[in-house]
Write a protein that binds this ligand. Structure first.
Ligand SMILES: [Zn+2]
Ligand SMILES: [Zn+2]
Length: 357
């Protein structure tokens, strides 16, 4: 089987692995470099994102859902880097060796089910997910599927692109799921990580945007953006105070936090016949009072990541409008410091890990 590569590939690489569920990541310089199939890409990882989902992966939440044993497993599903090798069946008009790319997490979809056939591979029952159910991006090399990989515009640095592959793709899907027209009103509840991207996407799509959070740091962050929200509200004041401050009916609410009170708050400020979009994944069930569904006809929907086409559109929007993605970069050996910092209330923006140059 023919595989082209940029040069001889090493046999081993450095990276982080989950060796035992619930235990800290283990740093190793002896991880075997993965072998690609003829229809796959091998990515030399530069920057990998650290997503909220990492804690679920580390706990072993997804292990219960798959029939194979993924351990030891490399974390991170937000991958950026260069194409280091590609199989002979990869379309050379789309990808070349050495290109700067970023990858969504899904690969190995079946290509035969209804969802795969309509370009919705992320709902395929046979999907594998980089960093979630198979090896991910916190090591020097990662396997990627060309169908979930995009070439990065020169303007978008790896450090900004990594969070776009999960946080960006997810929140962009959420913004689009509301199906608003320019001039309509979107409130985003939770503007720390995903939400600060959502605010910018929604503004660039022409919506009026209300940014809501219970913490001051993210609210200050969104005010400082080049595309700031129209209104900023601290949710600790309560939803009645919020409604008094918003001069328009809120056509859609996008919840981008796991905080349960955010759901009730968001539903209360959604207009009658409006749309409530969830991208948060709280451990506990989401409370939805029947009154919102029945008396007020609010549609409650959710999204999972994004299609590759939507994600390409989002990355281009990001480049064209010079959008900002606040990141904090950590060396791969400082992962425990990164994890400690996720509990810092003043943390705003996305955390990423430098894997290699
Ligand atoms: Zn994620
Ligand atoms: Zn399928």
């Amino acid at each position: 089987m023919a595989v082209e590569s940029l040069g001889p590939l090493p046999k081993t690489m450095r990276g982080l692995q989950i060796v035992e569920w619930g235990k800290p990541y283990v740093y190793s310089e002896n991880i075997p470099v993965p072998q690609i199939k003829e229809d796959e890409l091998l990515i030399k990882i530069t920057v990998a994102g650290y997503c909220h989902t990492e804690t679920m992966v580390l706990r072993g939440d997804f292990d219960k859902l798959i029939p194979w044993d993924p351990l030891p497993q490399i974390p991170s599903h937000e991958a950026t880097g260069y194409i280091a090798a590609m199989g002979s069946a990869v379309d050379k008009s789309q990808f070349q060796l050495g290109q700067r790319v970023a990858c969504l997490n899904y690969r190995s979809w079946c290509k035969t089910c209804e969802d795969c056939k309509r370009g919705m591979q992320l709902y395929c029952d046979n999907l594998k997910s980089n960093g979630t159910t198979v090896d991910g991006a916190m090591a020097e090399y990662m396997i990627a599927d060309p169908g979930s990989t995009l070439v990065l515009p020169d303007k978008v640095p790896f450090e900004k692109a990594a969070p776009l592959m999960c946080a960006g793709a997810t929140i962009y899907s959420g913004v689009k799921r509301a199906n608003l027209k320019p001039g309509q009103v979107m409130a985003i509840v939770g503007v720390g990580a995903l939400g600060h991207l959502g605010v910018q996407f929604a503004k660039c799509l022409g919506y009026k945007v209300v940014a809501i959070d219970s913490r001051d740091a993210p609210l200050e962050l969104v005010k400082s953006l080049k595309h700031p929200p129209d209104i900023v509200i601290n949710s600790t004041e309560g939803y009645k105070a919020a409604l008094a401050k918003i001069p328009w009916p809120v056509d859609a609410v996008l919840v981008a936090t796991d905080a349960i009170p955010a759901y009730e708050f968001g539903l209360e400020i959604t207009r009658k016949h409006g749309t409530f979009v969830d991208v948060g994944q709280p451990f506990d069930p989401i409370p939805v009072h029947y009154r919102h569904l029945i008396w007020r006809n609010v549609s409650v929907v959710g999204v999972s990541l994004g299609t590759i086409e939507d994600t390409k559109e989002m990355v281009q929007l990001f480049a064209d409008h010079d959008l900002e993605c606040k990141t904090k970069m950590y060396d791969i050996k400082d992962i425990e410091q990164l994890i400690a910092d996720t509990h810092d209330k003043n943390m705003a923006g996305k955390m990423v890990v430098k894997v290699s140059d």
